[in-house]
Design a protein around this ligand. Sequence first.
Ligand code: ADP
Ligand code: MG
Length: 365
Amino acid sequence: MLALKDIKKSYRIGDIVTVALDGISVAFRDKEFVAVLGKSGSGKTTALNIIGGLDRYDSGDLIIKGKHTQHFKEREWDAYRNNSVGFVFQNYNLIHHLSIVDNVEIGMTLSGVRGKEKRQRAIEVLERVGLKDHLHKKPNQLSGGQQQRVAIARALVNDPEILLCDEPTGALDTTTSKQIMDLIRLEAKDRLVIMVTHNPELAREYADRIIEFEDGKIVSDSNEYNPGAAAQDFKLTLTKMGFMTALKLSFNNIRTKIGRTALTSFASSIGIIGIAVILSLSTGFQKQIDQFQQNALSEYPIIISKSAVNLSEESLQAQMNPQSEKLAPQTGTLSGDGFPHSLERLARWMDILRDGVREGLRVRL
Ligand code: ADP
Ligand code: MG
């Protein structure tokens, strides 16, 4: 059901290229417990990540239930990862602010399972891994072995066909490691389990098959599998998240990051208030200017006559004086320092300008 054909993968950092996988070809049975051994840096994690759709290969082919994945789109990888594969890591990768049962429910977030069923399935699988009495504890209230059981429960809750474990007992003592191995072996009866481990004794004791990696290559396989070419029909269940789940997750995120949320809200409000103030000020000013213009223009309509007039300093002065007299009584009320006074001066200047224009027009005509 799962096969790798001459898979190659390199990582490039700057000018340095590290070959992580150098042509891996291997096929797995639908149900078996495979242990992967090898020194640190031999490519075990890279292979596991590629098998699980977490990482992409450079060349070769990964065949899932007869389906070639060379042209898989992101959503097809998502669907494969979320519905067909379960992951267990050495450091558990649990979410610390969520309870055990919520952590397991997270495993169903993208599989479209609804609220009540989700809770029921999470509880069932937690019972199966022996954590019935710890459902509402937080991860830091559990031992390492118990935390790994939660991670296993989370990986199993969608009943995946493939369970991938990257050194699941790496941080555990021998007794706890054996308990975890018992649990994983039990699960391997119903699915394909591929487990990377540093521990050859555990591998020999528990696994059906041992594959050994060295420098990005497979150097030994204790129980090789050569499937026929028969391709099976394979349908992907596409990933979807319920609206309520999305809402609940978002709310949880806001609740657990109060500081960040408050800061973001504060910054957004400053922005919004700033824009509102600028808009209202500019509208106010515009209104004021319009009104000022209207008042000024209504007092002095422009008259266009046929007779020409010489535009000189005296004639300007003569035009200016009657206006100043006209303004004199108002000056009494407006006079004084500050804003009203400046307004009055501005009005005068506008009058002079306007008269000048008027005279100019007369001259031209
Ligand atoms: P293992 O799990 O067997 O210890 P890995 O698959 O993690 O080995 O790594 C194989 C090689 O690829 C190592 O040399 C490692 O340094 C390199 N490698 C792995 N992941 C990355 C990465 N993300 N970026 C660069 N190099 C990596
Ligand atoms: Mg590794």
